[in-house]
Each structure stands twice: as C-alpha cells, then as structure tokens.
Design a protein around this ligand. Sequence first.
Ligand SMILES: [Zn+2]
Ligand SMILES: [Zn+2]
Length: 434
Amino acid sequence: MAVKFKAPRGTKDILPDDIAEWRLIEETFRQCCARYGYREIRTPVFEDLGLFERTAGETSDIVQKQMFAVMPYGSRHPVSEDERWVLRPEGTAPVARALLEHGLLHQSPLVKVFYIAPIFRYERPQAGRLRQHHQCGIEAIGSPSPLLDVEVIALGVDFLTSVGADGFVINLNSIGCMKDDCRPRYRQALIAFLQSHEPELCEDCRRRLHTNPLRVLDCKEEKCQAIVKDAPVSLDYLCSECKGHFEVVREGLDKLGIAYEINGRLVRGLDYYTRTVFEFVHPKLGAQSTVLGGGRYDGLIAELGGEPTPGVGFGCGIERVLLARQANSQTKPTETTVDAFIAVASPIAEDAAFKLLYDLRHAGIRADRDYLSRSLKAQMRYADKLGARFVLILGDEELKENSVTIRDMQRSQQWREPLDRVVATLAALVTERL
Ligand SMILES: [Zn+2]
Ligand SMILES: [Zn+2]
C-alpha cells in the first residue's frame, strides 16, 4: 500500500516524541517573558499584503519573492483590493498592527508583548530553512530608552541560556536614524563606495545599490561579501543622539556581563529597523546560524498610521534553537504519558475496570487501559512501553475480594488494595512522586 500524501515541501510534522522538547522551549520562553513583564499576544496567520509592503519594504526579499498569497481556491488574483492576503512572513508587523488596531498603545505608555507563532516564507528548502518555521519573539513598544534595548537582548540571553542553546555570539550594530546627518548620510557614502565596485556586484546587488543599498551588506554572494569588507560602516556616520544611544546600550550590556561583538556590517533584512540591531549567531549551526535577531524600530508604528512610537524587539527561530540544543549535545526531554495503566485479566472484570478508569481520570491521575483484548502479559508490556508507574490488575481473584492488585513498576512492589480505596491511594502516590 502506497501512502498517498506527504507534508508539503519545506514543512515538518512535529510528532508526539518531539513534543516534550518543543514544550520545554515554549514553556521556558513563556516563563522568561513573565519574569521580564511581557504578556502573550496571538494574531491571525494571514494578514493584509499591504502591512508587509509598508513595513518590511517593497524592495525587501520578503515582499518581492518570499510570501505565500492567500486567496480562495481557483482564483488567480485576489478577489478585491481589500482582500490581498498573505501568510505571515515575519512576526513584528502583525503585532504592531494588532496593538494599534485595539488602541493598546493609548492605554499604556509602554506595551510589552510576546508571541509564539508559525512563520511562512516561500524559499528553497534547505537545512535550517523551512517554508513554515516557528518563532518566539517579543516586542516592547513605547519607549526610546536604550535600557529597553538592553532588556530585550538580556531576555534573549536568559532564554537561550536556560533552554540549553548557549554558545552563541551576539553581533551588535547601530544603523542610525532617519535624520539627514545620520543614516541618509551613511547611505550616500555607501552608495558612492558601491558604485565604484558596481560591475563586480551580483545582479541582485546592482539593483539593490539604488533601491536598498544597506541590503548589499548582507548579500550571501561571495563576490559581494569580498567587496563590502571594505565598505564604510554605519557606526562612523551616526548622529550624536544615535551615538549616545549606542553607548548606553553597550554600557548596559557590559554591566550585565553580556559579551557581544560589534559588527559594522550587520543590517538585518527588514526596512523598519533603526539604531540598535543585533543577531545571536551559533557558530556550530553552519550556513543558517542566526538563532535570534532583532533591533529597534522607531519608525514602524508611524509607518502604520499611528502616532510616532518607538519600539524594540526580537524574533527567535524555534527550529534553530532545537539545532543549537543538538549542537550542544542536550538530550531530548522525554515524558511519560500515563501514571496508571489498568490491565484487565478477566472479561467479568470489565465493568469494574471501566468505572475505575474514569474515577482515576476524574481524580487527576493520567490513566489508560488496553482496548485490544490482549493477554495480561501483552498488557503488562504495553504498560511498560507507556512508562506507566503503576499497573492495576483486575482479574477474577481481585474481583472476588473487591480489590485490585497494584504493581509499582518503579519500586518493583506489589500489593492488594480494596477497590474503594484505590483512587485515593494512587492519588497520594502520584502527587508524592511530583
Ligand atoms: Zn541618528
Ligand atoms: Zn550580492
């Protein structure tokens, strides 16, 4: 028999055996966020195309070639102008959109939220790069304070360290602001430099040179990388405010003992970043080594039609965190699925077993039974496979005495327990284990 369907290329099923590790990562992230005062937000998986054209930038790779359109099956074009939808290709713009739409930025001067969400990009699938991957991220919107940049980076460090993905290197840069004597001045210098090397650049970069010259700095083509090695860096062109901001960020990280490397060529792929940008890179992950990335985006909210409001945040790829844990030889956490398994050793015990199963479950005990009428021996093997701490055996003998045989698999002990006391006894034993 041939199986007819497979998961779409570039996507992955997360199977029950892998879930414990995913939960560990998600729970650790949630706990970290709670310690730093961030609350969870969930937004739809699809959004208006315009949201990303406006924020990521129409010339960004994301908007130009990496989005999945969402439209009714059978239509070749969006049904109408206001139904141009795409699957979420990044996490920040949807969160900003939601905060604005619901007026949360008015209710509180500083809003701190986190999300855990699938992200969709139409890319050539390769190791560490999927068409559906998952990100956990935070956004702190409402304050220009450089200490908030420090908090965001510190939370990232805290999270990756507690989840066993340490060993990363933090790359840090500032790409300045929109004031004339800041990024625009740098942009001019960069364009002048790149123009003197125009024939040597890749085709994409020859185009980017005029639309989005900063993006040339993170082109993956070798010939482009060789050229940008000598390109002017933004740090030399910062206005005095941006310079001061960056100094406070660095001092804050130093005070917390967080090591970082200044990387003058770090720009991040999206247009909305201003001032601080950072990437956490895990050296053991090969070509796709960025585990976490983010920065400040002081122009984003205004770009979406809100009052100018500064913000900062990061996104972290959960699949990359898994790879980093693997690279660090972290063992996969395992989980047992049941506390108690009921082995039915006689057909006449069926009724009592049925009732007992639900009494155990209602008492908060994870309980299961055999549904395949297997032999007692086979049931015991199955209980062992499930990792059941206790096996409750119900047979003719037990029934006659109105009792159950309880076998403690961990301590290799076995005893008879009156039927009406089984639930209380087990409840006590199971909580004792916790
Ligand atoms: Zn500036
Ligand atoms: Zn290039």
